[in-house]
Write a protein that binds this ligand. Structure first.
Ligand SMILES: N[C@@H](CCC(=O)N[C@@H](CS)C(=O)NCC(=O)O)C(=O)O
Length: 218
């Protein structure tokens, strides 16, 4: 029986929650999942009980509480070295951490203008100021990682790792907004979307009954 509990937000919208959830599922790390509904009447009270930052995701390991997505992914990689959550090769691992942290810290135009909304299709919407530049940089990262490190599989560093978990919500946003991508980037997007665990999350998101006005752009 696992000691892990992962607190997540609504699957249709919660891009940050998707990241550790997907990493744990693909790595086959057992955990209990608890949903905290985003922005409903009890949101603030419920989140305050589990999250020091009042945000999801939060991972608990017994008595230990870990928040912030990168900290959770680093903790999992440290606790489960055999799962390959970071690439084995030192240089590849350094670049995987670089692109993951770049994702974590940036791409504000893309994130603000194209919120994750799995059940919707918004072709042509969301191209606000700075979005094209953010998408170009995402595609540059994907092309660079695929050509330098992607020989062993369809993901950024070949085999699925934390860097793919970090970019999974971007894949979802670009799908919702039907953004045209170069050949390498669209093949990578399709590989992420074809993961059974990504399909499981997306199906669950589509089936959720809740609509969150804060995360809707129309
Ligand atoms: N820097 C945080 C961001 C987490 C975050 O913003 N989560 C959103 C849900 S996807 C949230 O909890 N929003 C609630 C709020 O902003 O009050 C992380 O890396 O985990």
């Amino acid at each position: 029986m696992s000691d892990y509990t992962l607190y997540i937000g609504n699957k249709n919208y919660s891009s940050w929650s998707l990241r550790p959830w997907l990493a744990m599922k693909v790595a086959d790390i057992e955990f209990e999942e608890k949903l905290i509904l985003l922005f409903d009447d009890d949101w603030k009270a419920n989140i305050a009980k589990v999250s020091p930052s009042a945000r999801v995701p939060v991972l608990t390991d017994g008595e230990l509480t870990i928040w912030e997505t990168m900290a959770i992914l680093e903790y999992l990689a440290e606790r489960h070295p055999e799962k390959g959550l970071w690439p084995e090769d030192r240089e590849a691992r350094a670049i995987a951490r670089s692109v993951s942290n770049e994702m974590h810290a940036g791409f504000n135009a893309l994130r603000g203008n194209m919120p994750m909304n799995i059940r919707k299709s918004h072709p042509g919407k969301g191209m606000g100021a700075g979005v094209a530049e953010d998408i170009a940089r995402v595609c540059e990262i994907w092309n660079d990682c695929r050509s330098r490190f992607g020989q062993g599989g369809p993901f950024l560093f070949g085999k699925f790792c934390n860097a793919d978990a970090m970019f999974a919500p971007v894949v979802s946003r670009l799908t919702t907004h039907v953004v045209e991508l170069d050949a390498v980037s669209s093949a990578y997007r399709d590989a992420v979307q074809a993961l059974p665990e990504m399909i499981e999350w997306s199906d669950a998101g589509r089936a959720e009954p809740w609509s969150v006005p804060e995360d809707e752009i129309d």
